[in-house]
Design a protein around this ligand. Sequence first.
Ligand code: NAD
Ligand code: UD1
Length: 346
Amino acid sequence: MSILITGGAGYIGSHCCVSFLESGLDVVVFDNFSNSNPESLKRVEQITGRSLKIEQGDIRDQSTLETVMKRHACEGVIHFAGLKAVGESSQDPLAYYDNNVIGTHRLLSAMDATGVRKLIFSSSATVYGEPKSLPLTEEHSLNPVNPYGRTKLFVEDMLRDLAASNSEWRVGILRYFNPVGAHSSGLIGEDPLGVPNNLMPFIAQVATGRRERLNVFGDDYPTRDGTGVRDYIHVVDLVEGHLQAYEKLAKLPSSSNSFSVNLGTGNGYSVLEMVKAFERGSNQPVPYEVVERRSGDVAECYADTQKAEELLAWTADRNLGDMCSDTWHWVRKNPLGYAAESDSND
Ligand code: NAD
Ligand code: UD1
């Protein structure tokens, strides 16, 4: 029996492959490589000394998914595949509804048709929208403020409906806060195409000299230093939460066959605190300039982690220093990401 990991070649998916392989499970990756490089999967095999089964395909292609799930006798799915850029989702919402909502619908239909009814879904803290109270508990209202966030909420609703309709389903919805960092080997990490949208990869590219300076989006928020505060979580802690969540699925009673859980640390750090921490971790300067606020940003966002602790027996144990030093190790070893390696293999 194998686990199917959609989007397994991407940033979080590749780290998840490592965790699942290391725990002894067999993994099939299903990815169209629209935002990733197959080189990441070679690195996963290098780290673990185990082989992956790799199937190139699109989650919108239901019949291929069914064939793949039958071929590898899949018992469950970890679903990462999708588009994730907030700004792009406002410019091209149809692409987001197509990939994230229709794609997930096809995946669920393929799972239903083949009797594979165990799923972990990558949701996001973005489903909460503007926090009304902090820390954010899972009971906080859901009110996403951009098309990307709405695709996550629509999928969450679809999953809750599906679980309620048939007690054979087991569904875990994981709401990630801000995943950062990289595997400690420095072999896999985040490899954004073009200009990074998110803070940590941008800081890392400034530290390597690939970009001149960081633009800090606003220093007039009602926070301790005026810059935005977020709950950054090490990607290896995050994927370990997936392993716990996947194991939990088998133990869920049919009367309560789905859950939604935050994956965060419960700690908030400001943009300037992140800059300082990265300077310490890398021993490099990170020049910055304060510019206008970015539209759609909130002042503060961090998780209540109690439910994850109680339900999944999971807490994040890597600290901000680990997040920065592991990111630095990855970008130093791979200043151009995976592209340099795949070019030299061409
Ligand atoms: P990523 O872009 O690195 O990985 C996504 C993977 O899915 C890529 O390998 C891409 O090629 C693949 N993919 C995209 N569309 C596909 C399709 N139609 N068919 C098959 N494969 C497809 O992103 P990530 O950072 O690893 O994020 C993984 C998941 O976690 C996404 O669903 C994202 O929305 C969610 N998430 C990410 C963050 C974050 O900060 N990275 C935060 C919250 C939630
Ligand atoms: C963003 C997304 C969110 C998504 C999350 C995934 C937006 C509005 N929100 O969240 O939906 O789930 O990524 O990790 O895009 N910052 C700078 N300069 C930069 C980049 C960021 O100052 O170049 C600041 C931001 O204003 C924010 C903090 O750094 O205060 C973190 O930003 P980012 O990494 O983009 O994450 P989020 O905004 O939390």
